[in-house]
Design a protein around this ligand. Sequence first.
Ligand SMILES: NC(=O)C1=CN([C@@H]2O[C@H](COP(=O)(O)OP(=O)(O)OC[C@H]3O[C@@H](n4cnc5c(N)ncnc54)[C@H](O)[C@@H]3O)[C@@H](O)[C@H]2O)C=CC1
Ligand SMILES: O=C(CO)COP(=O)(O)O
Length: 325
Amino acid sequence: MRIGVIGGGAWGTALAQVAAHEGRDVILWAREPAVVDSINATHANALFLAGVALSPTIRATGDLGALADMDAILVVTPAQHVGSVLAAAPIGGIPLVLCAKGIEAGSKRLVGEVARAVHPDAPIAVLSGPTFAHEVAAGLPTAVTLACEDEALGEALATRLAARHFRTYASTDVAGAEIGGAVKNVLAIGCGVVEGAGLGQNARAALIARGFAEMTRFGLARGARAETLAGLSGLGDLVLTCSSTSSRNFSLGVGLGRGEAAAALLADRRTVAEGAFTAPVLREAARDAGVDMPITEAVCRLLEGAPVRDVIGDLLARPLKDEAG
Ligand SMILES: NC(=O)C1=CN([C@@H]2O[C@H](COP(=O)(O)OP(=O)(O)OC[C@H]3O[C@@H](n4cnc5c(N)ncnc54)[C@H](O)[C@@H]3O)[C@@H](O)[C@H]2O)C=CC1
Ligand SMILES: O=C(CO)COP(=O)(O)O
């Protein structure tokens, strides 16, 4: 099985490592020539996944044309760049496994919708779940959802992308897997704010539970299934990223909670905090769908520079309501 990987950030590199360890023939496309050179010459990606000795069988390239005869391609650029990178990739009907977590600004499309529009002949699958790249690259046990509407293809991909320490659970709920991964990044920023502002463990648990209620309301309105949202790609990933400074989104929130400005926090990042880009477009999509997402609204206000004290005060001052509402 020949696996192409588009994206040489932390996650693309970790997934390439899993596939190479399983004996797959792996070609990884990276945008930065320094990443291509470093993977080919020293079997390392110091820029995005420092400290990991990569399999020497992983070949890196800066030419998207080199992926034209792969059996499957993992798409692992940040969500906002999936459309432009895929448009430049001559990949015809090769199955695409989408691994980015986010919603495209402007179009309000999930990554799967973006990919379908660019490559209508390519079957689409989504790989998502609680997966810090450095843990996966280190071979620590990890489980993910592999969602594909075509059940037979989904099961084949789930089998071929699995490894002893990397369990894939098949699903046919593509929208559910995507929405969980996109929404949890926004909620992780909120949990980071709770941490940074010193609001306590009760507040963090409340935010996770009420955030999951938001994710579920939005997901159901967009055709997701409740059991997917309660699974690895939804609740599982929400719990992971709301609990650890290993999460870039959580860390961004910690800075906001301490009163640092979003623009300054985002300005000198080389790595991506997807929630910062997803939050405003998620707010718009939720308003379009008539779905109430107060935590998402609060995260947007914080990213826009509203003082933490005001935003938290407004959240707490909302009228009391039924928990199931
Ligand atoms: N790092 C992780 O633990 C995980 C990340 N993901 C998702 O994978 C996706 C990629 O994230 P990471 O690999 O962590 O990235 P990263 O934060 O390690 O690296 C940034 C990536 O963005 C790319 N990039 C920057 N500007 C670009 C542009 N204009 N066009 C195309 N690419 C551009 C860089 O080449 C690099 O690959 C994100 O959607 C993320 O949410 C999903 C699961 C785990
Ligand atoms: O998606 C992730 C883990 O599943 C990575 O989270 P961050 O992007 O917040 O680091």
